[in-house]
Design a protein around this ligand. Sequence first.
Ligand SMILES: [Cu+2]
Length: 200
Amino acid sequence: MGRRPGVPWERANRPYDRPAESVIVLRSEVAPPPAAIQYRKADIVNGTPGTRTRVRGLALVIAMAMVVLTFGAATAGAAPQAKKKGTPVLIVVGDTAGTKAPMTMTVAPTSVPAGKVTFTVKNEGTVIHEMVVLKTKTPYTLLPVVRNKVSESTAVGEVADIGKGKTKSGTMTLKAGSYVLVCNLSKHYGLGMRAAFTVT
Ligand SMILES: [Cu+2]
């Protein structure tokens, strides 16, 4: 540092004697703060440190709520179709040699609440079968048989003509009471295609 003529050495070289502009230039030359500090500053601008994380968490909750609402709406939209079906009851009918051997009919469950009931009948036999719903208090093994069949005067519904190896469904509205399920093709009732059923 050379001494300028006319200016005392101390004054020419003391920093606080520089114009304000010089001070600003000097500040801009200062290295930027480390990245970690910049991030913290950014967080503080948005609120307290950690706010960003909370904001992201809230966004996730809202997104999940929207998914649930969308799913709910879809379910509600499908509701009318679901209403067509009733309490499910699975019936399996079977035979091993047509009318030359005993036949079977299994029902599950054997009791359902009053209202719509959807019977799904699976034919595991070798010939065609059917499933008729009779409302009667007569025990299921004691229905009178006339010309190889029982009376269908109290029938409230049926799942007709289920081919060998086929499965067919039918929905009907049932009141509380005692019922008998039968296959009323010639001789089938007598060979064992009958079951008790209760609606409560
Ligand atoms: Cu049958």
